[in-house]
Design a protein. Sequence first.
Length: 240
Amino acid sequence: MTKSVCITTYNGSKYIAKQLDSVLAQLNEDDEIIIVDDYSTDNTLEIINNYSDGRIKIYKNEKNLRHVKTFEKAISLSTKELIFLCDQDDLWEKGRLEVFETYFRKFPEVMLVSSNFNCINDEGDIVKNNLNKVSAKGSFQYRKNIISIFTGKIGYFGCAMAFKRDLVSVILPIPGYVEAHDLWIAMAANYMKANLHIEEKTLYHRVHQNNTSNLKRNIQGKLKARLGFFKLYRELAKRN
């Protein structure tokens, strides 16, 4: 199965080379890396351009669109069978792609596979975390998973998921009010009863003060997200 790895970058010069190295080491010749830079002001693009690898395709936003719209653009530019979302500052475990492909082949009806991960700090040391995880036994509890997305009790992270091209026509375009593209994708897969959780930890997710995702939200932000949830559900009903 061919793979597209979608990476969005923004002032990621400190870590992007290590992440690219961890990804490229696992790709076949017919795979691709789609990089969309969200108007970086550092030398991120210069570092990426130093790679002489035809599998890397680079695009740059003409203005800062932030992470949801930038990932949407990267997904829309992908061309392969399996699509992996990738943060600029994480590190992939060796054999990550092989793990995901094995599960997609074992469960051909599944469109989305989500894994767990270790967390690391700025120095690359593994650290304890309170991030919610996915459980294999909960894979097919679709209604419960959707409710858990609403209540924030399940760990769907874009960096830890991969999905089939068949899901793209459902998730794109991403509604403008969506604050978390990964939760939108997970909702779609659960709504379609095509979701799978795996227990394996397939990457090292870097947690630091510059993370794009906001792990601690104020009350107003949480209420806004909850209200948006119902709009998302109605939107999925229209698309299926």
